[in-house]
Design a protein around this ligand. Structure first.
Ligand SMILES: *Cc1c(COP(=O)(O)O)cnc(C)c1O
Length: 426
């Protein structure tokens, strides 16, 4: 099936007990055992079934199957937010003394996690000078356990050369972990280009309506953990915390996600609520339609801003003079994402006057809502970064980030036009 169809039907036919066609919300904490023997078999992972909703839940299982199918992976784990997905994804392959090599263009909180939180646990993040594969390769050492990038960076809008970055990671015998939140699997399926683990803030385009927090980790099932067993003992050696289970033996190609669930979800418990899973599933049904409109509206906005003398610069990967234009053709089917940044003539002050004058666009820190959104990264999402780190992440003090919504394009442009007027009048 194509992704447009998987988005509507993936992971669910009809409810096995009631034949309900909509995905039921299994608002339950626990599931009864037929007998002591049945309970023991469930805990030994000898039979399939549900035990406790911190580990797994039938509503969440649908979103896990659906997003795994959209991404072309073998299995997925849903969690309570994109950040929880990032935390688990990083912990699952690292230990004290190890490191992750990352591109510098990251979502602000991901940067904080890597630069300030993981180091306190003994896991270092090494940030490359750019998203170029060679810049990542030169940082890899014998303690590196993963390479990380956002497929399309938030807010920089940079498009990573996934195939080349995957080769760099695989040459070093480590997985490529990517955050695919901005393009969604409708524009890009990173596993097709060698990514091993794909994660999402479901909060953004997949949910699509700005109502519900959620995250997900998808395992491609392709990384050969056992070939690199020395590097990944947590997956290939018996786990004392789970009565000696060996994840690669028990879960086969889904070893990584099996460990994320059995260790991190079980002990840390950043669980997605089944009601949230239901709401996010409603959003996913229309993601392909919404992305079409987001992409087209963003192109029109980018052209409007480029042609306007009140605007100093527009950073949009869909323009032929963008350094990322060839990668948009290769990885996004020629369709640049609906996230773009720009700067107004008049610097920081004009930028804030513009921001304050917006009427249709919401002033906030979010993206991927059906509504048009505007964010000032330097004062909000990327505030914790130094000015030098901000520049590497692709933003300046004057940068405005737009997440172009699905409203009528004339109304979107009219709002930008009146706000530019307000910003440049004085
Ligand atoms: C929003 C976002 C996150 C974090 O997701 P939450 O659900 O807000 O925790 C991670 N990565 C990217 C690219 C994001 O845009």
């Amino acid at each position: 099936m194509r992704n447009e169809t998987i988005a509507v039907h993936g992971g669910f036919d009809s409810d096995p007990t009631t034949k309900a066609v909509a995905v039921p919300i299994y608002q339950t904490v626990a599931y009864s055992f037929d007998s002591a023997e049945h309970g023991a078999a469930l805990f030994n992972l000898e039979v399939e079934g549900y035990r406790y909703s911190r580990i797994a839940n039938p509503t969440n299982a649908v979103i896990e199957k659906r997003v795994a199918a959209l991404e072309g992976g073998v299995e997925a784990l849903s969690v309570s937010s994109g950040q929880a997905a990032l935390f688990y994804a990083a912990l699952a392959v690292t230990e004290m003394g190890r490191n992750i090599v990352s591109v510098p263009q990251l979502y602000g909180t991901t940067h904080t996690l890597f630069a300030h939180v993981l180091p306190k646990l003994g896991v270092k993040a090494k940030f490359a000078q750019s998203d170029q594969p060679a810049a990542l390769a030169e940082l890899i050492d014998q303690d590196t356990r993963a390479v990380f990038c956002e497929t399309v960076g938030n807010p920089a809008g940079n498009v990573c050369d996934l195939q080349a970055i995957a080769e760099v990671a695989h040459r070093a015998g480590v997985p490529l972990i990517v955050d695919n939140t901005v393009p969604t699997p409708i524009l890009l399926r990173p596993i097709d280009y060698g990514a091993d683990i794909v994660l999402h803030a479901l909060t953004k385009f997949l949910g699509g309506h700005g109502t519900t927090m959620g995250g997900i980790i998808v395992d491609s099932g392709r990384f050969p953990w056992t070939e690199h067993a020395q590097r990944f003992p947590m997956l290939t050696q018996p786990d004392e915390s789970y009565h000696g289970l060996v994840y690669t033996e028990h879960y086969g190609p889904a070893a990584y996600i099996g460990r994320c669930r059995s260790v991190f979800q079980r002990t840390m418990g950043a669980v997605l609520s089944p009601l949230s899973a239901f709401l996010l599933l409603q959003g996913i049904e229309t993601v392909a339609l919404r992305i079409d409109r987001h992409v087209e509206n963003a192109r029109r906005v980018a052209e409007f801003l480029r042609d306007d003398s009140r605007v100093q610069s527009v950073n949009y990967a869909g323009f032929p003079d963008s350094p990322y234009y060839p990668l948009v053709q290769k990885y996004l089917g020629g369709r640049a994402c609906s996230l773009l940044t720009f700067a107004i003539r008049g610097g920081y002050d004009a930028g804030t006057r513009f921001y304050d004058a917006l009427r249709l666009f919401k002033r906030l820190v979010n993206l991927g809502d059906a509504k048009s959104l505007a964010c000032h990264p330097a004062s909000t999402t990327h505030r914790q970064m130094s000015p030098a780190e901000q520049r590497l992440a692709g933003i300046g003090p004057e940068t405005i980030r737009l997440s172009v919504g699905i409203e009528h394009i004339d109304d979107i442009i009219a709002d930008l036009d009146q706000a530019l007027d307000a910003a440049t009048r004085s």
